[in-house]
Design a protein around this ligand. Sequence first.
Ligand code: FAD
Ligand code: NAD
Length: 470
Amino acid sequence: MSDEFDVIVIGAGPAGENVAARAVRGGLSAAVVEEDLAGGECSYWACVPSKALLRPVELAADVRRVPGMSTGPLDVAAVLARRDEAVSHLDDAGQVKWIKSVPAEFVRGRGRLSGPLRVEVTAPGGAVRLLTARHAVVLATGSRAALPPIPGLREAAPWTSHEVTVAQEIPKRLVVVGGGVVACEMTQAMHGLGAEETTMLVRGRSLLDRMEPFAGKLLRDSLADGGVDVRFGVEVTKVERSVPGGPVTVHLSEGPPITADELLMATGRRPATGDLGLGTVGLPEKGPVEVDDSMRATGVPEGWLYAVGDVNGRNLLTHMGKYQARVCGDVIAARVRGDRDDLPGLRAVADSLGAPQVVFTDPQVCAVGRTEAAARSAGFDVRVVEYDLASVTGAYLLGEDYRGRAKAVVDERRRVLLGVTFVGAGVAELLHSATIAVTGEVPLDRLWHAVPSFPTVSEIWLRLLEEYGL
Ligand SMILES: Cc1cc2nc3c(=O)[nH]c(=O)nc-3n(C[C@H](O)[C@H](O)[C@H](O)COP(=O)(O)OP(=O)(O)OC[C@H]3O[C@@H](n4cnc5c(N)ncnc54)[C@H](O)[C@@H]3O)c2cc1C
Ligand SMILES: NC(=O)c1ccc[n+]([C@@H]2O[C@H](COP(=O)([O-])OP(=O)(O)OC[C@H]3O[C@@H](n4cnc5c(N)ncnc54)[C@H](O)[C@@H]3O)[C@@H](O)[C@H]2O)c1
């Protein structure tokens, strides 16, 4: 078994797997080191299980809005069984087989840098193997849930995304801390599946505070109408759980404490750089690994270290990590071959344009590019147009009491879109049209000729352009 490869990737999440595949496609050999399950957070404890839990909840809401339609009670056991199937019962045999088919070498164990181009792998049994990279090492170690330093919190062993996504039982009383994407999606999923008393504790004044303000407001209204107690401006001061697995008491900065069956902390992520040996190559031991647009780590002599996915802190999204991975694998191969490494496909420019994101709640929230606030602070000559999605025939036909809104942020100087946000049922699949318009910088006068079909939700495009004055 060789211990020398052209490229060594640490972490077999979606980003790591893809960087290896692209490097091999470019004619290089690659090894992928994974300490847990090949497939990473996304496949087992993040995107896939969360969406499997949300789908029936969302579908039930869609059905309830159609007069004459109803759903029976949700069969929660069946939903959890389908979720278990979606995460391959936490067995990564299929992913390992895929990595080997690339073909890349799969190495099970914990990877750690031990100097330039060297990776020490500690196998589950404790054996240590030293791998050497001829050209590049790529860090793709992802991120972990971050827990704030609240007295009693760690001792109370709260849930994070890692536990809630693979829950085998739905707690009747649930407290969720956080107002970001994980908090919103998992509150919706757990409440829809049977967490009757669900309380959301949000430190700030809004949900999804990196998005357009109306998105958080519409989502808050929907959660509150559905019976979730959403509280803003509340801090958790102390947590108590005297019996492991027993009830948990959450003390607050204002109001009486809440006792619940489970506490979910959805308070952000930190890059998985702990004990990665970054100090051995002159980088800070903690924090995201900073990279340039070719995913090369900055500040490393000879430029042999790269970082893709959550670990570089650019955009914590699977599709963006995979995009960075494609760029990274291709750029490494080009550099090894001595080809030009500055072609347009070899720079991850989409990262800074504003990554597309769908929040799979009811209503769905999706956005790409810059918000109005971000565009203004970047100095663009901004004009915004908004439209009530309920007034679009295609949306109205989806069901009664449709609630949704769209907003486009226009660069007036160039008459192109800087950002688009859609909130409402059935808008997730619309997002890619906005991504193409924003990334392709399609002039509005040209977009006018992209005629949306009647009666689809896509007619929102026509309405937004009419609002703009076309
Ligand atoms: C609940 C939840 C839902 C989400 N839903 C979505 C969604 O719907 N859409 C979306 O785009 N994004 C979603 N995300 C974000 C998405 O999960 C991440 O952006 C994505 O998983 C990042 O991929 P990655 O390959 O960078 O890292 P990861 O998926 O975290 O994979 C990193 C891998 O590296 C391994 N590793 C770490 N350190 C070492 C080491 N020293 N040695 C060996 N192996 C190591 C880990 O075990 C892991 O397998 C969600 C996140 C959460 C928490
Ligand atoms: N559908 C999707 O695309 C999807 C789904 C889930 C997660 N993700 C990605 O995963 C990443 C992590 O999501 P997240 O929701 O964990 O993080 P986040 O950064 O989106 O939200 C963190 C939330 O926790 C709050 N918070 C932080 N510290 C706190 C404290 N001490 N006390 C109380 N509240 C505190 C913040 O105010 C914020 O509301 C995001 O970047 C997101 O893009 C994506």
